[in-house]
Write a protein that binds this ligand. Structure first.
Ligand code: NAD
Ligand code: CXR
Length: 261
């Protein structure tokens, strides 16, 4: 069946927290004042000793408030459908800061957790799938985390999306990005959103900057009073893709082009 709460979750959470505090993102992101025991207690109190779906969008507010950080200008990156590439590109905060680089995302990323009414207050054998709870409950943590992250963004922000997935449009109005991040941007602090559309090497470019759901995105962004800019497969991203698949046709074409100059 589906997994339950991550074993030893308290130790994993607190260990990540102390590690973050001492060795991670120093000089890139600010330290948080609250100590790690306090953060665990605030996180645990958000869902423990309640039925697994009995959390709402405000359950995690005390934790999110205690763990939020200010973010550096022009460095925030959102992503949709391209977790792995976006994180390789962002380079642990060196190039860009993602939610998963901030303390809130770092502590929770890839953990599983859910409550139960009986001691110990968490269910270690089984947690519901997202689709098994009402959307309010299944989205409560990551919606709050996404809102907290986006509302702290300052300067120009970046979004990476996938223009090659036949099953998932590049921009979906039911994505976390569309529902919680775009609406939380402070238009007085964020002049522009720069979109990077990436395409799988040698696969059809189903959607590009000027086509498909990127047009919906441009509408939604400009309607908020934010300038929309967009690039398809910039060289910086092509180099990452080509490092993994140097024999792909598009990577060889790029090399031939350089040799002819
Ligand atoms: P997406 O479609 O790539 O989804 C992102 C991830 O959300 C998926 O990999 C999946 O693990 C998870 N997810 C999907 N549906 C969910 C649900 N109903 N409840 C909980 N998690 C669910 O892109 P998106 O929807 O635009 O979300 C990505 C954006 O939102 C990023 O900019 C990021 O800042 C934030 N986010 C991060 C996470 C995470 O697990 N680190 C999860 C949700 C949102
Ligand atoms: O459902 P609530 O507790 O109002 O829970 C409030 C918060 C929870 O989110 C949970 O994080 O307080 C925390 N909590 C405990 N840590 C705890 N430990 C044991 C809640 N209840 C806890 N118990 C036992 O669970 C209590 O002794 C009680 C039952 C739920 O109590 P209540 O309805 O007040 O028997």
């Amino acid at each position: 069946g589906p997994p339950g709460t991550t074993p030893n979750i308290q130790y994993v959470f607190e260990g990540r927290c102390w590690d973050y505090d001492e060795t991670r993102y120093n000089g890139l992101l600010p330290r948080v004042q609250a100590d790690c025991d306090t953060l665990w207690k605030l996180f645990f109190q958000s869902f423990s000793y309640h039925a697994p779906c009995a959390v709402n969008q405000t359950s995690y507010s005390p934790f999110l408030q205690a763990a939020r950080q200010t973010l550096p200008q022009d460095k925030v990156m959102f992503w949709s459908g391209v977790y792995s590439l976006a994180h390789r590109f962002s380079e642990n905060g060196v190039n860009y800061i993602t939610l998963e680089d901030t303390l809130i995302g770092y502590l929770a990323n890839s953990l599983v957790w859910c409550g139960q009414e009986n001691p110990p207050g968490m269910n270690y054998s089984r947690c519901p799938d997202w689709s098994d709870c009402p959307s309010e409950a299944s989205e409560s943590f990551w919606a709050g985390a996404s809102r907290t992250f986006a509302s702290a963004a300052k300067g120009n922000v970046t979004l990476m999306v996938d223009g090659s997935n036949p099953n998932k449009p590049a921009y979906r109005r039911n994505s976390f990005f569309s529902k919680y991040e775009l609406p939380s941007l402070d238009v007085s602090l964020v002049p522009a959103l720069h979109v990077i559309v990436v395409h799988t090497l040698d696969k059809p470019k189903i959607e590009t900057c000027g086509s498909g759901t990127l047009l919906d995105l441009k509408n939604d962004v400009t309607a908020r009073g934010i300038l929309f800019t967009c690039d398809d497969d910039p060289a910086s991203v092509m180099h990452l893709l080509c490092a993994d698949q140097p024999d792909s046709r598009e990577c060889k074409l790029a090399a031939a082009h350089v040799n002819c100059e």
